[in-house]
Design a protein around this ligand. Sequence first.
Ligand SMILES: Nc1ncnc2c1ncn2[C@@H]1O[C@H](COP(=O)(O)OP(=O)(O)O)[C@@H](O)[C@H]1O
Ligand SMILES: [Mg+2]
Length: 240
Amino acid sequence: MGSLEQGYGKTVVLKNINLTVNSGEILALIGPSGAGKTTLVSTIMGMLKPMKGDVTVLNTAMPNRQLLAKIGFMAQTDALYESLTAQENLMFFGSMQGIARKQLREKIPHAANIVNLVPDLKKYVKDYSGGMKRRLSLAIALVSDPEILILDEPTVGIDPELRQQIWNELHKLAKAGRTILLTTHVMEDAEEADEVMMIRNGAAIAQGTPEQLISEYDVHSVEEVFLKAGRQQDAHTNND
Ligand SMILES: Nc1ncnc2c1ncn2[C@@H]1O[C@H](COP(=O)(O)OP(=O)(O)O)[C@@H](O)[C@H]1O
Ligand SMILES: [Mg+2]
């Protein structure tokens, strides 16, 4: 990605973002609510045109229709068909990703199992809880086994045990060469990632592997890195 600037109308929300996700790697965008994570993810997906800079995915400029079929995307807001069952949603969105129906029927149990939804596949989504909808959205992103996963807050509303199960799966997928970009405001998630980019007030305040950052900032946890980098950002802003 070329140095990116993004915003809404005349308001600049993101400045000077330089982000590269390597294949086989999990990159976590971490930052508090309102930091600009969803704006960045929507820009990468080609849903928003950058004010400045450009986005390239697999050496192709975004937006690009063919490429979208290779991306498993989970939006922050669940976009599901409430009047269909979970199974039917998975069939529908999987077909949109270009997977044959027969193949999908074989793949759905695996995707549903990752998020513990196998017993609830025949239920209508309108009868799902918020957490179940989040899990179904994640299963939809996973079902076509895409080369790239872009997940906006995939762990929100997910209990700790299942969260670990999901992380195990993400690590497995990365090992198999998949590229994963996710957003989170939870520091435990950042500790699981190979690379983190910390975003605060629309700027990247720290970037690197969790180990690198902990050593560079001379602290003991990713959370302390965030706090220290945040104080440095404030000091810098006050001097301007
Ligand atoms: N559609 C929009 N129009 C105007 N401002 C927006 C819009 N979406 C988000 N914003 C603003 O952009 C900033 C970043 O929001 P967002 O990217 O959603 O942050 P995050 O995902 O990190 O919580 C916030 O100040 C938010 O109010
Ligand atoms: Mg968001």
